[in-house]
Write a new protein. Structure first.
Length: 420
């Protein structure tokens, strides 16, 4: 006859079972929390990114690296993708190569070498990645994805003809690969053969009209061909397909600004900066629009934040120095600060060949009452005045000769007068 377990023992047994079942989830959640603020590498092809309500909003290639912004349960939030990825689909960046090496040692397959090559390429260890791709091809000469990956390496090394040859081999094995067509299009762009690039991009979109990257790349070709409306239309489509595409948003904003569509450009910069608050280029370009519109306080704030975000950019202190030297608002104008910013810019780039540097330096001298120096610097621009800016140069020079400082409002007023 079987005896039943005492109740206390049964409770203890059930407790152990519950703990055993719960431990993997608890451990995963703890490990997920430990990854906040750290860089991780995706170890699964087509790893899914999901929204707050658990809808799939995109996927990631194997080997991609992301910074974890926060964690929720066993999910990691990546601000760059504006979505969550499973903790099980990533490893710490520093452990990624070891992870793939373990698989290579266990399997010795073409796929294993390919996967490790992808991870190495993402880490910019191109020579090591190339070795793995060569080994993958040696083990499987009909592995179309590896030819594409090796072509990417050749492209990054500047070996464009080798890249075209490998993209061709990949397309022979898989003629319907929109990804390879898009990649080859980028090489045609690098060779400045924009018509061939368009042929590849158009075919890639015909095969797969849902691949956002192709629209973004084609938009850049339209931009080079000065077809800005077509470029903006392609950026629109890229963002419809992938709303977190920061590059497309930045480029669209820039083109909108060129076309005078300042409000929509600012809306794009605002959204980009919501996702990436310290994006120096977006802060710079938004600041320049505010400067053009005469919203000087906001312009100064954006340019100051941009300098903090990227203290190595040659142009940023020049933009802010122009505002400090020539702003019509007495509370924002500061000639000494303008000159300090010009000194900083001088340390960062080749100022002797920069029209904007020298023009702003002259304005800073004039603001300080150093008109002879302002005239000397402004005159040095005579042989390097960009097309369309000669009238502005002459206006500034006349001001300095009359012992008057330059003011941005004078530039805006003159443009309005020209339009009338």
């Amino acid at each position: 006859m079987r005896r039943s377990r005492p109740l206390v023992c049964e409770i203890f047994r059930v407790s152990l079972i519950v703990c055993a079942l719960a431990w993997p989830l608890v451990a995963t959640e703890c490990f997920a929390q430990n990854l906040i603020g750290k860089k991780v590498t995706v170890i699964k092809w087509d790893a899914e990114f999901r929204s707050e309500d658990n809808k799939v909003i995109g996927t990631s290639e194997l080997g991609k690296n992301y910074e974890v912004y926060t964690a929720k349960g066993n999910k990691l939030f990546v601000r760059e993708r504006d979505g969550y990825i499973l903790r099980a689909d990533v490893v710490l960046y520093d452990m990624a190569v070891n992870h793939f090496t373990t698989i290579v040692k266990r399997k010795h397959s073409a796929n294993a070498y390919y996967d490790r090559g992808v991870a190495l390429e993402e880490r910019e260890e191109l020579d090591e990645a190339l070795k793995d791709y060569n080994e993958a091809i040696r083990r499987n000469a009909k592995f179309s994805e590896v030819y594409n990956a090796r072509a990417n390496i050749w492209s990054q090394k500047g070996e464009l003809d080798k890249a075209l040859d490998d993209y061709g081999k990949s397309l022979q094995l898989d003629p319907m690969s929109s990804l390879v067509l898009c990649n080859r299009g980028m090489v045609w762009v690098a060779k400045e053969d924009y018509d061939r690039a368009l042929v590849d991009y158009n075919e890639a979109i015909r095969i797969d009209p849902t691949y956002a990257d192709t629209y973004r790349e084609r938009a850049e070709v339209w931009q080079k061909k000065s077809k800005l409306d077509k470029a903006i239309a392609d950026y629109d489509q890229a963002l419809r397909l992938q709303s977190a595409d920061q590059e497309s948003r930045l480029n669209r904003a820039f083109l909108r600004g060129l076309q005078g569509d300042d409000d929509d450009a600012i809306a794009d910069y605002n959204e980009l900066l919501r996702r990436e608050p310290n994006h120096a280029r977006a802060l710079q370009l938004r600041g320049l629009i505010w400067l053009k519109k005469g919203v000087y306080v906001t312009a100064a704030e954006d340019l100051e934040q941009a300098i903090e975000a990227d203290p190595t950019d040659f142009n940023l202190p020049i933009h802010l120095a122009l505002l400090r030297a020539a702003c019509p608002d007495d509370n924002l104008r500061n000639g000494r600060n303008a000159m300090e910013l010009m000194t900083k810019a001088k340390e960062l780039g080749d100022w002797k060949k920069s029209y904007s540097y020298l023009a702003t330096l002259a304005a800073a001298h004039a603001e300080l009452g150093e008109f002879d120096k302002a005239i000397e610097v402004e005159n040095s621009l005579n042989d390097r005045i960009p097309e369309g800016l000669k009238a502005e140069h002459e206006t500034r020079l006349k001001l300095y000769q009359d012992r008057k400082p330059y003011r941005l409002v004078a530039e805006l007023a003159s443009k309005k007068a020209e339009q009338k």
